[in-house]
Design a protein around this ligand. Structure first.
Ligand SMILES: [Zn+2]
Length: 376
């Protein structure tokens, strides 16, 4: 079975809350941060509802899940206090990960700030050696994430990931988390040549190292070095390319995790599109949402045809306009999904009883393309 899910909240009742949320999206896997990603405050392990969560996972058929380490960990830092905090806190996170019964903790390798990439790679390896040594008895791997290359972050190329692995003694406990948005933003052509990209990865790092795949679309064109996620189909990668990643033989059996942004007119109405994204990638939209949902998506396509809108082109042109034309952005800062939402509402394409979320789920599905829907 395809292992697919999203980032979910680990607050309140910890693993139990996370599992319940994941099930509302129809997930068969999920990813958690053990606490706020931007700080080191953590609840005691007894308060994380681990037995209850595991029971809920087992009865729902959720097996493998993933932990993500917080962003504040920077193993590439030349500052002693930042580096020490990173080493110590990552060890604590690995112990928590082991207690939850999770095999892989995803880590952003680090940012070299005022130094240089070579320094960054060596420093990260130094940190990983300490971390792995201090957690030797635990069966947890560190999954180094492929990064977009914004700022001074390390991990923008497969070679950088390989260089870290090579410098670490106990490197059998190092795995990799691929991120589609990051690889695309770092310049890899996952849209037209996923086979070539995975072949390259296999040559440089080895595909057997890949333990997790983050599936995100990108608000920027290939090579932009930006790292801004978009819902699947609402960015430069597109549904078809992400679908090829999820079903690629070379990545079979890995958990695929969405970290796509929530969509809504304002902060309080923002909702995740995970449920639609998962159903589309698993090709069970009708089972999940019912036949009427697909009729609505057809209605949207009929509207696009009538209005001379090619939805993918519309999305990409809007991102391009927002990026390149400051005046136009100031006059109308709405992102493509919001513009499509407004068009659908103004033209009464869908039932007026629908909530904003219900409309957005249908819009997300419409971005998978009508050819694909015909095949479902
Ligand atoms: Zn990440």
């Amino acid at each position: 079975m395809l292992k697919i899910g999203s980032h979910v909240s680990f607050s309140d009742k910890g693993l139990l809350t996370a599992t319940k949320e994941a099930l509302t999206y129809g997930s068969s896997s999920f990813m958690i941060y053990t606490g706020a990603p931007q700080n080191t405050r953590r609840k005691p392990i007894e308060d994380l509802y681990i037995p209850e969560g595991k029971e809920a996972m087992a009865s729902a058929g959720i097996g493998e899940i993933v932990v993500h380490a917080p962003y504040i960990i920077n193993l590439a830092s030349y500052k002693e206090d930042t580096f020490d905090l990173a080493v110590n806190f990552l060890q604590e996170e690995i112990r928590r990960t082991a207690s939850i019964g999770v095999k892989n903790i995803v880590l952003h390798p680090g940012a070299y700030t005022e130094k240089d990439p070579e320094y960054g790679v060596a420093r990260i390896a130094e940190g990983l050696n300490l971390v792995l040594e201090g957690t030797k008895e635990l069966d947890v791997n560190i999954a180094l994430e492929t990064m977009a290359g914004k700022g001074t972050e390390i991990g923008r190329s497969f070679e950088e990931i390989a260089a870290i692995i090579e410098k670490v003694r106990d490197n059998h406990r190092l795995t990799v988390c691929m991120d589609t948005c990051h690889m695309h933003d770092a310049g890899y052509d996952i849209v037209r040549d996923i086979d070539g990209v995975l072949r390259k990865f296999d040559d440089v790092v080895g595909l057997d190292r890949v333990a997790v795949v983050h599936i995100n679309d990108s608000k920027n064109p290939q090579g932009a070095g930006k790292d801004r996620h978009a819902p699947i189909g609402a960015g430069w990668i597109g549904f078809e390319a992400i679908n090829r990643v999820v079903h690629h033989d070379g990545l079979k059996g890995r958990p695929f995790i969405l970290e796509t942004p929530w969509i809504g007119k304002d902060g309080s109405s923002e909702r995740p599109m995970y449920e639609a994204e998962i159903a589309l990638l698993r090709a069970d939209v009708e089972e999940r949402f019912g036949g009427e949902f697909l009729e609505d998506v057809e209605r949207l396509h009929h509207f696009y045809d009538k209005s001379d809108i090619e939805p993918r082109l519309y999305v990409l042109n809007t991102w391009e306009l927002l990026k390149s034309d400051a005046k136009a952005r100031k006059a109308d800062p709405r992102e493509p999904m919001e513009r499509l939402y407004d068009l659908a509402v103004e033209n009464r394409v869908l039932s007026s009883d629908y909530s904003e979320e219900q409309i957005n789920l249908r819009l997300t599905a419409s971005l998978a393309g009508k050819e694909l829907l015909a095949k479902l």
